[in-house]
Design a protein around this ligand. Structure first.
Ligand code: GLN
Length: 506
């Protein structure tokens, strides 16, 4: 059989049908679960599916609606969550063996906000172990396949969330982005994904990778849906000391107005950064990017060439700062507090030998690689040369962006230099995988918001993402521009994903 037609609709349209009584949350949530059970064996987007919990939440919101209670705009619309956000009673593994079987006793703030707004949580999505990677192949449990081409990567580390949205299993999902893990999977799956300004969304209950870079953000199939989800999860949280204490702008309204062309691109200055294109970029990616820039020009934007010379060093700085923070954050997995405990095969059983045996068995190669690197760059004698220099580059990146945003309202670039590559093709060359993060990493170093939206297909028939970067705290500007570009480009790309016509076998 085929999936229910309404599963290809954007979240806000589904929300409209729920509000109008044309659909119940129970019907919608059941359709999502049926779809997951029919196709996820092919995709591998989920690590855990919570049929009972999601259906119970759907029934509750249907009852509240029937009783005439005021509801959140997205109430009743199902959502999936990356498996590095804790959710009470549900397994939260970060796709690592070390956390297998752990059920957290509390909810992340974003999860609390979803529950309070009445969004049924259908399950937890696959990812690179502890969010380290760009392909979801570093999951300890299974790879995730790209719904556009099943032998290709879905991006990473939030590949499960991207594939779940791209394959119409769920209209909305959450991911986390430390160096591109929302934007790059969105780009290669033809979906929309946004990394908010650092601090705009609470990190309380997000298992930390690199705390000064990590941000939670939305996945959706339209810019407006992503804006609505960010608006819901965003805002001050006293439980996260880095959470911004300022009101959330009406992001959904702004995206909706620009989609209706009420906020035109006319008069806006859009920067194209020389450092974020050229050598190493796939031809089809550059062609789709150039066409999108041309379209923005036709829509009235003034296109300005800007230069950010320090971006040439951003990747190197990230791959020093990130592992340093990783090595510190992952010290808590000691075989005592959470997850598995492994005793040494021989010799004395002491705290130290249990810790070594547990970490040896529980962490995968990529995680170990980064812990070793991070420990090295923080060691005395090397600290100034590596970590200290990287922090200086980080400041230069921030200054380059500050200067650029003095001239332009936003900056655009390809989200990823390449389209989805074949599964397995980069696994034996970690450095080649790291290099692909060149486009997304600067935003994390500077703390600025970035979004990826589909801007066409490359010659290989695979989706290309357009990245829009805005100044810190200007997430509204980012959604305004992304909404206008999406409307200007025509039909959202996601609806033409081959997954829309998959034959379903339960
Ligand atoms: N691909 C990048 C890395 O491997 C980014 C990961 C992320 O954003 N979580 O570090």
């Amino acid at each position: 059989g085929m999936m229910k037609d309404f599963l290809t609709l954007p979240a806000l349209e589904l929300a409209g049908m729920l509000a109008a009584g044309e659909l119940t949350s129970l019907e919608l949530t059941q359709a999502c679960l049926d779809r997951i059970h029919a196709v996820d064996r092919r995709v591998g987007a989920f690590l855990f599916v919570d049929d009972d919990g999601a259906l119970a939440a759907a029934r509750r919101v249907d009852a509240e609606r029937a009783a005439g209670r005021p509801l959140h705009r997205l109430a009743g619309v199902p959502v999936a969550i990356k498996d590095n956000m804790v959710s009470r009673g549900q397994p939260t593994t970060c796709a690592s063996k070390i956390l297998e079987g752990w059920r957290p006793p509390y909810d992340a703030t974003v999860v609390t906000r979803l529950r309070e707004a009445g969004l049924p949580i259908v399950g937890k999505t696959n990812m690179d172990e502890f969010a380290m990677g760009s392909s979801t192949e570093h999951s300890a449990f299974k790879p995730t396949h790209n719904p556009w081409s099943l032998d290709r990567i879905p991006g990473g580390s939030s590949g499960g969330s991207a594939a779940a949205v791209g394959a119409f299993m769920v209209p909305l999902a959450l991911g986390s982005d430390t160096g591109g893990s929302i934007r790059q999977p969105a780009a290669v799956t033809g979906t929309v994904g946004a990394k908010p300004t650092y601090g705009a969304v609470s990190r309380y209950g997000l298992v930390a990778m690199a705390s000064s870079l990590d941000q939670i953000g939305p996945f959706a199939r339209t810019v407006r849906d992503a804006a609505a989800l960010q608006e819901l999860i965003g805002g001050h949280d006293p439980l996260d000391s880095t959470s911004l204490d300022s009101p959330v702008p009406p992001l959904e309204d702004i995206a909706a107005q620009s989609a209706r062309r009420e906020l035109p691109l006319e008069g806006l200055r859009i920067g194209v950064v020389g450092e974020l294109s050229g050598e190493g970029y796939q031809e089809g990616v550059l062609a789709a990017f150039d066409a999108a820039v041309e379209r923005m020009r036709e829509l009235g934007a003034q296109i300005v060439e800007v230069s950010c010379p320090s971006l040439d060093y951003a990747l190197a700085a990230y791959y020093l700062i990130m592992p340093a923070e990783v090595s510190s954050n992952l010290a808590r997995f000691d075989g005592m507090r959470y997850g598995i405990r492994v005793e040494p095969k021989e010799g004395p059983v002491t705290a130290e030998t249990v810790m070594a045996a547990t970490r040896g068995a529980g962490f995968g190669d990529e995680v170990k690689r980064r812990i070793i690197l991070g420990t090295h760059v923080l060691s005395s004698g090397y600290y100034d040369a590596y970590y200290g220099s990287a922090q200086k580059v980080r400041t230069l990146v921030q200054r380059d962006f500050d200067a650029a945003f003095g001239e332009v309202d936003a900056i655009v670039s390809p989200t990823s230099p390449v389209t989805a590559f074949p599964l397995g093709s980069k696994l034996d060359d970690p450095l080649a995988m790291y290099l692909l993060d060149v486009t997304t990493i600067p935003a994390n170093l500077a703390g600025i918001p970035g979004i990826s939206l589909p801007c066409g297909l490359a010659g290989d028939g695979l989706p290309v993402g357009l990245q829009v970067l805005a100044p810190a705290h200007a997430d509204d500007v980012m959604y305004r521009i992304a909404g206008a570009v999406e409307a200007g480009l025509g039909e959202p790309l996601a609806s033409s994903c081959p997954a829309a016509t998959w034959e379903e076998r339960a």
